[in-house]
Design a binder for this molecule. Structure first.
Ligand code: 5GP
Length: 115
């Protein structure tokens, strides 16, 4: 059995997190180091390391993650003001946790392009 990722441990309540949404396929919780007034991570319960390692079999799951992220944004009142969804992939993408996650960022104007 491979060691659980950090986000699997949060999924399994082995590490505490401020969970704001859960359904059959995904979990959403506040980032421990928020980069915006609202910074939530939306993660699949299935341990897919990163978007580059997702397969065609994951297509429905990936769609449901995006739908969940938009619903969480709406629940937190930023659907109209706007928000950003980010997936960091690999070293140059800034990935630090090898368990696929979507960053939901909002609550302030966000610069473009990102750094
Ligand atoms: P990445 O850099 O891989 O795209 O994003 C990983 C994110 O996980 C970072 O924004 C980081 O702040 C967050 N993070 C790392 N450790 C923890 C933790 O133990 N709990 C929570 N809630 N977020 C974490």
């Amino acid at each position: 059995m491979p060691e659980k990722t950090l986000f699997e441990k949060i999924r399994d309540r082995e590490i505490p997190a401020d969970i704001v949404h859960e359904d059959d396929h995904c979990l959403a919780f506040r980032d421990i180091s928020p980069q915006a007034p609202l910074h939530i991570l939306v993660v699949p319960k299935k341990a897919i390391p990163r978007i580059a390692s997702a397969s065609e079999d994951d297509a429905r799951l990936l769609g449901s993650l995006l739908i969940a992220a938009a619903a969480v944004a709406a629940k937190h009142g930023i659907a109209d003001s706007g928000f950003r969804l980010v997936i960091n992939n690999g070293r140059d993408g800034g990935e630090t946790v090898p368990h696929l996650h979507i960053h939901l960022l909002g609550g302030r104007p966000l610069d473009w392009p990102p750094g």
